[in-house]
Design a binder for this molecule. Structure first.
Ligand code: NAP
Length: 340
């Protein structure tokens, strides 16, 4: 017989792991309805790297909390620590490979058809995995190694993604940061339909048109930067609702949730897979504890009213590229990826 303390401990452990629902993808696979974001940001030295294995530890805690979907990208430089954490969790027997859904992305400097297979193989090597669940073209922007614009058609890259799917290096393929016209082109000229489109979605950019279009095509929308103005970005506060916003606080009181959880649930209730990033264990648990309540259509509509079509990801340094997907701005910033 197990001692009472141990039983309590086991029950606590079970209760702490959230069961996340899954969405059906149009190629027959299933995607967990929330993903852990793993981009650690950018500073004057380039991409921020994980310190003292903080990202590996966050992924370990995330798996324990119930996350089954991890979002990464070649450019984030987090693939190796994610792989390390997964290996530990596989060895502990906590999860098996097919319990996990791993999304990663092809970077812009590897868009030529002969570059795509080596790029995904390199990412697989870093993670120690045999396959990814989802491989996305990160941007419709092809660049040369020196970050000058490359003349590679998006369909050349898309067909190479189709090839790596056929080779079994990824179960599914999709797109990120494509606008509607670019997505339509892939749908009409490609042999395989993208299963997912990853775009910025939060209360300041609700993306109703693109989301409806994706729904009509059976494409899942993954929403990045899901907290919008609720959190600081680049060390700054941006206009828009904050954690003390009366509507979000009021809904939080009604459902026993925080404003952060209300905003994540708003995404889920709109059929969007949110990708909240945190490396803090308490926030990992907070962000995934959103599957025991539902907002009403009226509440969703009230949050939709915060829309101002405001993006935080505006790579205006690429805005003269022929495939730049967003609206151009007046004072484009200097390319942080470009070496002088
Ligand atoms: N496809 C693309 O081009 C693209 C672009 C951007 C992002 N993404 C993906 O989307 C993910 C998320 O986007 P993001 O990092 O821009 O934005 P985000 O998830 O909306 O915000 C992250 C920030 O929120 C804080 N935070 C997390 N949970 C919180 C909570 N419950 N309460 C208060 N603060 C909280 C985090 O701090 P702590 O870490 O300190 O908790 C971090 O500063 C990325 O990591 C990446 O995987 C994709």
């Amino acid at each position: 017989m197990l001692p009472t303390g141990l039983i309590a401990c086991v029950l606590l452990h079970m209760a702490a792991s959230v069961e996340v629902p899954k969405l059906n993808m149009l190629d027959g696979g299933q995607m967990p309805a929330i993903a852990l974001g793993t981009y650690l940001g950018f500073d004057q030295n380039g991409v921020v790297r994980s310190k003292s294995k903080e990202l590996r530890d966050a992924v370990l805690a995330a798996v324990d909390a119930g996350y089954r979907h991890i979002d990464t990208a070649a450019i984030y430089e987090t693939e190796s620590e994610i792989g390390e954490a997964l290996k530990m969790k596989f060895n502990e027997g906590v999860v098996k490979r097919d319990d996990m859904f791993i999304t990663t992305k092809l970077w812009n400097t590897a868009h030529k058809k002969e570059q795509v297979e080596p790029a995904i193989r390199s990412a697989l090597n870093k993670t120690g995995l045999d396959y990814f669940d989802l491989y996305l073209m990160h941007w419709p922007i092809a660049l040369n190694e020196d970050n000058s614009y490359a003349n590679v058609d998006i369909m050349e890259t898309w067909r190479a993604l189709e090839d790596v799917q056929r080779l079994g290096l990824t179960k599914s393929i999709g797109l990120s940061n494509f606008n509607k016209e670019q997505l339509q082109r892939v749908l009409s000229e490609g042999s395989i339909k993208p299963v997912a489109l990853q775009i910025e979605v939060h209360p300041q950019i609700i993306q109703s048109d693109l989301i409806s279009f994706c729904k009509s095509e059976g494409i899942i929308v993954m929403g990045y930067s899901p907290f919008g103005s609720l959190v600081m970005r680049y060390g700054l506060q941006f206009p828009g609702p904050k954690m003390d916003d009366p509507l979000l606080v009021g809904l939080g009181q009604k459902y026993g949730k925080t404003p952060a959880q209300i905003v994540l649930r708003w995404a889920v209730d709109r059929g969007v897979v949110p990708i909240p990033k945190t490396i803090k264990p308490s926030r990992l648990t907070e962000n995934i504890s959103i599957f025991d309540f539902k907002l009403t259509p009226d509440e969703i509509e009230k949050i939709n009213q915060y829309n101002s079509n405001t993006r935080y990801t505006i790579p205006s340094f690429w805005q003269e590229h022929p495939n730049y997907p967003f609206e151009k701005i007046d004072n484009p910033v200097k390319d942080p990826f470009k070496k002088d």
